[in-house]
Every structure is written in structure tokens, then in C-alpha cells.
Design a protein around this ligand. Structure first.
Ligand SMILES: Cc1cc2nc3c(=O)[nH]c(=O)nc-3n(C[C@H](O)[C@H](O)[C@H](O)COP(=O)(O)OP(=O)(O)OC[C@H]3O[C@@H](n4cnc5c(N)ncnc54)[C@H](O)[C@@H]3O)c2cc1C
Length: 392
């Protein structure tokens, strides 16, 4: 480890790995710092990603994929099942231990240096400009300088705040998630289930994502507003007791997902944020793997170019923020508007939506038509629905 690099990336998740890879590929010397002992562990994710989205950022390796998803079923509060017509779009269940590890390993082939068990506890910030990080590694503390620091430190990000960016989020937009990997099940390994309703997951949804026909990730996210009254864990336990009473729990994870629009500012002098740290998760689905990688790719390239030009000012790095906004961020704002309307739906509204969609021929049970039926009382949002889902 040297005492200075062109670029330091904090966090070895998908966003950090891809930021590091693209910065190095574009000519920067890069150090990636990860606080955990190993890249990819612990997994805090339901591990689902759309095939088309993933292919935008990386060619999927069969070793990452535990099963390929061909069907999605939405279950209304009154128990009616809507099988979603997905066209040709398939999904993958990833093994994130292998996936995250491989992404960082790919980054190293472009010259990225990696240090695990390296906890960044502050930024070097003389005169208000970010000029490096302070890191604790194996009991010792080091200052490491860099022209650009990329904060890819996830939902609990502190890099942004240390750098003077406003990273707060409304409690109702922070989804409180818990998931158990259950074994001893009988599930269809090609079908994912989403359950909705106040009794199951208020202000969010519950998922059953198979890893094979005996094991599934079963979890839920509920709005922080509701988690105050009854914990996500109690909602999940009640569901499991009812649906999978004989399941064995292999693994439990808890975590937050920032289901809001992207932060207003994601760059400062010498600093960029990517992934969950920048709130770049899809506000409706809560999916953030692919979006973190898209952002990482953009940020890494801009960082390397800015370093070559010897201008790492906020103004120069804003190119990344603008590109993010153009490619994904604007859509996330639309998703967020739609989410706010969906959030207000009662169980009766959700039941009515399911009944309306089930009255359509099966080939018309598309995601757009489901949202159109759900938002019948908010016709002004239909344009946003068409825009976001036509893009995807
Ligand atoms: C229960 C749950 C289920 C989810 N399911 C899905 C899903 O099915 N599909 C999907 O697309 N998304 C899902 N998500 C969201 C997804 O996991 C994240 O959006 C994605 O991991 C974001 O990637 P990232 O690189 O921004 O952050 P992360 O993957 O969180 O990586 C951040 C890294 O930074 C490290 N770090 C943090 N602070 C420091 C520090 N100070 N110093 C050094 N290192 C640090 C952390 O240890 C971590 O490794 C889920 C989230 C949760 C909580």
C-alpha cells in the first residue's frame, strides 16, 4: 500500500468494484478499501437482478447464477395471484458471495489494489477539499492521499456526510428489511412471488425468491414509518409460521434500503458518491445492484478523466452527476413519485387492482397495466408509468 493514489474507492460492493475497475481502466492508479474481512461477506441482499439490466454492465458468468427466473407472481391482500406477463425478460438469482468477489477480482485485473479489514474512519479534508482518507487497518491508523475519493460505502455511508454532502433521508423512505434464507421448502425454482398488503408488509412488499427448489430467500421491506409500531422481524416471522412452518433457517440478514430519489448532490471537490451511498436504488423495487454498477462505471470514468485534466473540482466531477441524472436519476424521480402514490393505496385498492388485472386476458397482465390499474385515482401519473416502464 502506497501513501497516495490517483483515486481511492471506499467500499467493495458492486458500486465500489465497478467504480474502481473503470477508473483503473481509464488510466488512474486506484486503491479499494473494504472494512470487512472478505469481499462479498456478509450478504445483505435478496440477490435478484434482471437479465437485461445486468447485461448492461457485465456479461453474466454462470457461476454467479443460482437459478434463472422466468415467472413473477404478485399476491394481493385477499390472496389472489396475478401472474405477470414479462415478455422475454428473465431474471437471475445471484450468489452475491461469488458475484461481489468476482467483480472486485475483475477490477484487480485492471491494476486496482485492494485492502480488506480496512475501515475508513474519516476524510482528509484541509480547506474544505477532499484529499484522501484516514483508514484503520489491523490496529494501525494511516492517512492515504488521493485526488478523488469515491464513496461506495453503502446504505450506512458516512463518507458523504464527512465530505459535507446532505445524505439524510425521510424515515418513511428508508425501508427496514429482514430476510431469512430458508431450506426444507418445496418451491418452484423458476418463479418469484411478491406479497402485498398491510398485514404482510405495510409500505413495502414481501418476497419469496427461490435459490433452487428446496431453498429460498424469504424477506420483506417495510417503510420505516410502520417499523416503529411493529418490527419487520415480527411481520416476517408471522408469514413464515403460516406459509413455511417446517422451514429451517440457514441465514438471517437485516438492513436498510434507501427507497427515495437520488441525493440532490452526489459530488463535491475531490469526492463522488455511488450506489446506496448516493441513494441510487430503484425507489419502487428496492433493487440497487445494477444501478450501483451503472453509477460506478460512470463515476470511475469521469474521475480518471478529471485526474488526467488535473481538475477534480466539484464543477468538473458534476459531469458524472449529470450523466447519472440523464440515464437513471430522472427515471428514479418518476419512480419515486409513483411510489408515493402506491404507498397510499389501501388493501381494498390493492384487491381492486388485482381483480381488474385478472379480468384482462393473460397476455395483457403486464407491469404497465398493473400500475395503470393501481393508479386509476391518479391519472396524472400514468404518463410517468409509461415513461419508466417503456424504458425498462
Ligand atoms: C435485505 C435486502 C435485500 C436486497 N435485495 C436486493 C435484490 O434482490 N436486488 C437488488 O438489486 N438489490 C437488493 N438490495 C439492495 C442492494 O443490496 C444494494 O443496493 C447494493 O448492494 C448496493 O451496492 P453498493 O456497492 O452501493 O453498496 P454495498 O453492496 O452495501 O457495499 C458497500 C460496501 O462498503 C463497505 N463499507 C461501508 N463503510 C465502510 C468504511 N467506512 N470503510 C470501508 N468500507 C466500508 C461495506 O462493508 C460494504 O462492503 C437489497 C438490500 C437489502 C438490505
Amino acid at each position: 500500500m502506497r501513501d497516495s493514489y490517483d483515486c481511492i474507492v471506499v467500499g467493495g460492493g458492486p458500486g465500489g468494484a465497478w467504480a474502481a475497475k473503470y477508473a483503473a481502466e481509464s488510466g488512474a492508479s486506484v486503491l479499494l478499501l473494504e472494512k470487512d474481512r472478505e469481499i462479498g461477506v456478509p450478504v445483505r441482499c435478496a440477490e435478484a437482478a434482471g437479465e437485461n439490466g445486468l447485461k448492461l454492465v457485465v456479461e453474466p458468468d454462470p457461476r454467479w447464477i443460482t437459478t434463472t427466473i422466468e415467472n413473477a407472481v404478485l399476491v394481493s391482500p385477499h390472496g389472489r395471484e396475478v401472474v405477470l406477463e414479462s415478455g422475454k425478460e428473465r431474471g437471475y438469482m445471484l450468489d452475491r458471495k461469488i458475484f461481489d468477489y468476482d467483480l472486485v477480482q475483475i477490477a484487480t485485473t485492471y491494476g486496482v489494489e485492494v485492502l480488506t479489514k480496512a475501515y475508513v474512519y474519516d476524510l482528509i479534508k484541509p480547506n474544505g477539499r477532499v484529499e484522501g482518507v484516514r483508514v484503520q487497518h489491523l490496529g494501525s491508523r494511516y492517512d492515504i492521499r488521493a485526488q478523488v475519493v469515491i464513496g461506495a460505502d453503502g446504505v450506512e455511508s458516512r463518507v458523504g456526510r464527512w465530505g459535507g454532502l446532505r445524505t439524510n433521508i425521510k424515515m418513511k423512505d428508508m425501508e427496514s428489511c429482514i430476510q431469512m434464507t430458508l431450506a426444507n421448502l418445496e418451491v418452484d425454482s423458476k418463479t418469484v412471488y411478491f406479497y402485498f398488503g398491510r398485514e404482510v408488509a405495510p409500505g413495502g412488499y414481501l418476497w419469496v425468491f427461490p435459490k433452487n427448489d428446496r431453498v429460498a430467500n424469504v424477506g420483506l421491506g417495510i417503510s420505516g414509518e410502520y417499523a416503529r409500531y411493529k418490527s419487520a422481524k415480527r411481520y416476517l416471522q408471522e408469514f413464515i409460521d403460516k406459509q413455511f412452518p417446517h422451514a429451517a433457517v440457514l441465514y438471517t440478514v437485516v438492513g436498510g434500503v434507501p427507497c427515495a430519489a437520488t441525493l440532490k448532490k452526489i459530488v463535491a471537490d475531490g469526492l463522488m458518491l455511488v450506489g446506496d451511498a448516493a441513494h441510487q436504488v430503484n425507489p419502487i423495487s428496492g433493487g440497487g445492484i445494477v444501478t450501483a454498477m451503472i453509477a460506478g462505471q460512470m463515476a470511475g470514468k469521469v474521475a480518471a478523466d478529471a485526474i488526467k485534466e488535473n481538475d477534480v473540482s466539484e464543477k468538473r466531477l458534476q459531469e458524472y452527476a449529470n450523466e447519472w441524472h440523464r440515464v437513471e436519476g430522472k427515471n428514479h424521480e418518476r419512480f419515486y413519485k409513483i411510489k408515493k402514490a402506491i404507498y397510499k393505496l389501501t388493501d381494498e385498492d390493492l384487491n381492486r387492482t388485482a381483480d381488474t388485472v385478472l379480468s384482462l386476458p393473460s397476455e395483457k397482465r403486464t407491469i404497465i397495466n398493473i400500475f395503470k390499474a393501481a393508479l386509476v385515482k391518479n391519472p396524472s401519473l400514468i404518463f410517468d408509468v409509461i415513461k419508466v416502464f417503456m424504458k425498462n
